[in-house]
Write a new protein. Structure first.
Length: 293
């Protein structure tokens, strides 16, 4: 690139900050960070800024936090500038065409899967839960109006050995964010310089994933006879998939029991270490079993 790139970064959690750090290492600093609004968090519902905003403030970068994209007039300042590029990473809003058409070199997205596999809102956690190791990686794509549909600029697979599988959700989040950020730092200058020919996705091979909900975290478990073999592996992957984003649970005697700590033994049997029975405090699993009727 012959001159500094003027770009804005649209980002959400948990991928935005690790990607920003990787870009910073390569000297790519956005002029603006667009992120989610501050949200009430915790029991006291304290209004808390998203991590991308904190990072921006620490880096003395301007921040914009739109609550929706319904009113184009609210974006007049953004639209009035001559942007070279927008970068999108795990952002919560669907961007309208008038945003996509704004920057000179389009809008680039970092998607944490090997597109066209796992289009949608939860590719990392779905890959863990459903044992889709071949689909784990990052894709740098040029965004269009359809979900995760645009042409590919580059992508990279992340191999994971049997020994390290399954990976916990938070661990894979960070690993893919760092990989995506490093790849993005390579792609941006070559894309802007016209050295990349975008490749259409093989749309007929596309698979999709939905945003995981509480119902997806329910496990079919008899606490008095924990599973082994294939069933234990499946449940262990689900526990890892929901780590950091929600509690897995089972229902026994009409009571919901959250699993707070578990492991898979060397002989592939599920071992639950601690739980929170409905309406009670956390306890070790053996104590929970001893108190069953």
């Amino acid at each position: 690139m012959s001159k500094p790139l003027k770009f804005a970064f649209f980002g959400g959690e948990p991928l935005a900050v690790p990607v920003l750090e990787e870009l910073k290492l390569s000297g790519l600093i956005p002029e603006l960070i667009v992120c989610n609004p501050d949200r009430p968090t915790g029991r006291k519902q304290i209004l808390t800024p998203p991590p991308a905003k904190v990072w921006a403030k620490d880096s003395e970068i301007s921040v914009f936090q739109p609550h929706s994209y319904k009113n184009k007039d609210e974006f007049s300042e953004l639209l009035s500038q001559d942007w070279d590029l927008f970068v999108v990473v795990a952002y919560n809003f669907i961007l309208p065409k008038w945003i996509l058409d704004t920057p000179k070199h389009g809008v680039i997205n970092v998607h944490p899967s090997m597109l066209p596999k796992l289009r949608g809102a939860s590719p990392i956690r779905t890959a863990i839960r459903d044992n889709l190791r071949d689909d784990i990686g990052v894709t740098i794509m040029l965004m269009d109006e359809e979900m995760d549909h645009g042409p590919i600029l580059d992508q990279m697979h992340m191999p994971i050995s049997d020994e390290n599988w399954p990976v916990s959700g938070p661990e894979l989040d960070i690993a893919l964010a760092k990989m995506g950020g490093a790849l993005l730092a390579e792609v941006i200058p070559t894309w802007v310089d016209g050295e990349i020919l975008p490749q259409d996705q093989e749309h007929e091979l596309a698979t999709y994933c939905h945003r995981l909900s509480k119902s997806d975290s329910e496990l079919n478990i008899d606490p008095k006879k924990l599973p082994s073999g294939k069933d234990a592996k499946n449940i262990w992957r689900t526990i890892n998939a929901f780590a950091g984003i929600g509690d897995t649970f089972f229902t026994y005697q009409d009571s919901r029991v959250k699993i707070t700590q578990a492991e898979l033994t060397p002989n592939k049997t599920l071992r639950i270490l601690s739980v929170i029975p409905e309406g009670k405090k956390e306890t070790d699993f053996e104590n929970y079993l001893n108190n069953l009727v």
